[in-house]
Design a protein around this ligand. Structure first.
Ligand code: SF4
Length: 214
């Protein structure tokens, strides 16, 4: 069965505990949210239908063991869990970046889910599916994109109430690039000894922040 693909490319992983490692990205088309600061709006506009076998062949050609499925929102497409399972079966180390609004229940347990919890400045903070918190494994990671102090306080309250069982190195606070100083978030985290880590988007520091395919 085909999937709607925006782009496939090899770069360095810019976020998560895998930051800095070479990684193949499969960006799927389409998203069900409309975040205020979305940095991949083109994932809603560009789409090519590609069958799974062709996707796998392309991934094999990069000779890179780490693969991230991202978007858009990858779980909008019904075939995504099957693609993930095929990659896991081929011994790829698979990451799934998802916006948190769709259940992760059908995703292969060996795939590492990196789940966004949207904060108020995104205008999508009502979108999180709380069932996903009960489906997390020890390997999975959580990301809050922080655009304001209100976002920080929002993330802090969720971390303190719901995420204490997740190790702090797997809970990421990521500044909205160009909108808030990482220094401010760092100061708040140090003051609160927050159970989380500050994660900067490495790809935006290495290359032009608007550059695609990195
Ligand atoms: S969920 Fe991700 S891709 Fe969708 S609008 Fe928000 S930032 Fe953009």
């Amino acid at each position: 069965m085909p999937l709607n693909i925006c782009e496939i490319f090899l770069s360095l992983q810019g976020e998560s505990t895998f930051a800095g490692l070479p990684c193949v990205f499969i960006r799927l088309s389409g998203c069900n949210l409309n975040c205020q600061w979305c940095d991949t709006p083109y994932a809603n506009q560009e789409s090519q239908s590609i069958v799974t076998d062709q996707i796998l062949k392309k991934i094999d050609s990069y000779n890179c063991n780490l693969v991230e499925i991202t978007g858009g929102e990858p779980l909008l497409q019904k075939e995504t869990p099957a693609l993930i399972s095929k990659l896991v079966d081929k011994s790829y180390h698979v990451l799934l970046e998802t916006n948190g609004s769709i259940s992760i229940k059908d995703v292969h347990p060996d795939c590492i889910k990196i789940i966004d919890i949207k904060c108020p400045s995104s205008n999508e903070s009502e979108s999180f599916l709380s069932e996903n918190l009960t489906l997390l494994s020890q390997k999975d990671e959580i990301k809050f994109v922080i655009g304001s102090q209100k976002d920080y306080e929002y993330a802090k309250s969720i971390i303190e109430i719901d995420l204490q069982k997740i190790s702090r190195e797997k809970i990421h606070l990521s500044p909205v690039f160009g909108q808030i100083s990482p220094k401010d978030i760092a100061a708040w985290m140090i003051k609160d000894n927050l159970h989380a880590r500050l994660s900067l988007q490495q790809h935006k520091l290495i290359w032009n922040p608007d550059k695609r395919g990195v």
